[in-house]
Design a protein around this ligand. Structure first.
Ligand code: ATP
Ligand code: MG
Length: 308
């Protein structure tokens, strides 16, 4: 029998190297490191792994290098992610980020997209598209996503468009609009939403509903907003975590929780709350995949706000 997934995620799989130092180096100086850690990350890896842990049948399409660590692959496998389209590109290095931080919290980041920069030169990972009901187009080159979206639309898939921070530099009106037109859902934080409005040539968030059925805007500590074409405007609260250690990856966790709700047939407002609840766990630990909740844990926190 053919594999069937609910979600097919397109996005980066990244090794995040966090280097802590007394102060960020200025040109032509050297500083001693205080500590360093490597975390599994990347928006594609984060969303796929967290969604799978929450019981969503999920495939991940991405490109890594020959140095991709076996323990990252095993972690994804253990959570049940379908890795048919996680391709190792010969001679390439795995996408990596080196995040320099000092005790004040200032940061400087160097990124290497590795083979993802040339993703459009590789064949479309069609297993992920064919087996999924919802195709999530996250970070990645617009030219590559355009090809994937064309196939997904032809096969009648639901498309979620989530360009993330790349919307601020990788997209133009010409690459953005056709993707938005093919999509059913749009995800972004407030900054990304402002850019989306400009690229779409409209005036306010509601205007994006001319193109997509759901617009999901995350607003950090202020929760999120879910707009639907059917007329819904749902303000979703944040769900309080036990402690806030590292908010990176909150957005990816939110999306995974949102899909965990959609796949179980919940309406948008409940999906948003499940997203908030999922994010509330992930921010309790350093790294974007260090504290992944189970479905029961998520529902338990979401129940403080609504019935499930
Ligand atoms: N301090 C916080 N406390 C509780 N929940 C939070 C907090 N920060 C974020 N969240 C939750 O996570 C969701 C997503 O966060 P945010 O809007 O900051 O995403 P983002 O800007 O895409 O972040 P990133 O790209 O780093 O993951 C929010 O809608 C909220 O539910
Ligand atoms: Mg984000």
């Amino acid at each position: 029998m053919a594999v069937s997934n609910y979600l097919g995620v397109f996005g980066h799989v990244v090794l995040d190297h966090i280097l802590t130092m007394p102060r960020l180096p200025v040109p032509n100086t050297t500083v001693r490191i205080l500590g360093r850690n490597t975390y599994f990350g990347g928006t594609g890896g984060n969303i796929a792994r967290i969604a799978a842990r929450l019981g969503v049948r999920t495939a991940l399409a991405s490109l890594v290098g020959e140095d991709f660590p076996a323990d990252y692959r095993q972690a994804l496998e253990r959570d049940g992610v379908d890795l048919t389209d996680l391709r190792t590109v010969p001679g390439a290095s795995t996408p990596s980020a080196w995040i320099f931080t000092d005790p004040k919290g200032d940061q400087a980041t160097v990124i290497d997209q590795g083979p993802m920069w040339e993703a459009h030169r590789h064949p479309i990972p069609d297993h992920t598209v064919r087996t999924a009901q919802v195709v999530h187009l996250g970070t990645g080159r617009p030219r590559h996503h355009t090809k994937v979206a064309r196939l997904a639309a032809k096969l009648g898939k639901v498309i979620a468009f989530d360009p993330s921070q790349e919307i601020t530099y990788a997209y133009t009106r010409t690459t953005f609009l056709p993707l938005l037109r093919k999509a059913h859902l749009f995800f972004g934080n407030e900054t990304e939403l402002r850019v989306a409005i400009r690229l779409a040539g409209v005036r306010k968030p509601e205007d994006l509903l001319r193109f997509v059925e759901h617009v999901v805007v995350t607003r950090g500590r202020r929760g999120s907003l879910v707009l639907t074409r059917a007329g819904g405007r749902h303000a979703i609260p944040r769900v309080p975590p036990r402690k806030v250690i590292d908010i990176t990856g909150a957005g990816d966790a939110y999306r995974a929780g949102y899909y965990a709700g959609l796949s179980r047939g919940y309406e948008p407002a409940r999906c948003g709350l499940l997203g908030s609840a999922t994010a509330s766990f992930v921010i309790e630990a350093r790294g974007t995949q260090s504290r992944i909740p189970t479905w029961d844990e998520v529902v338990d926190r979401a129940r403080r706000f609504r019935d499930f």
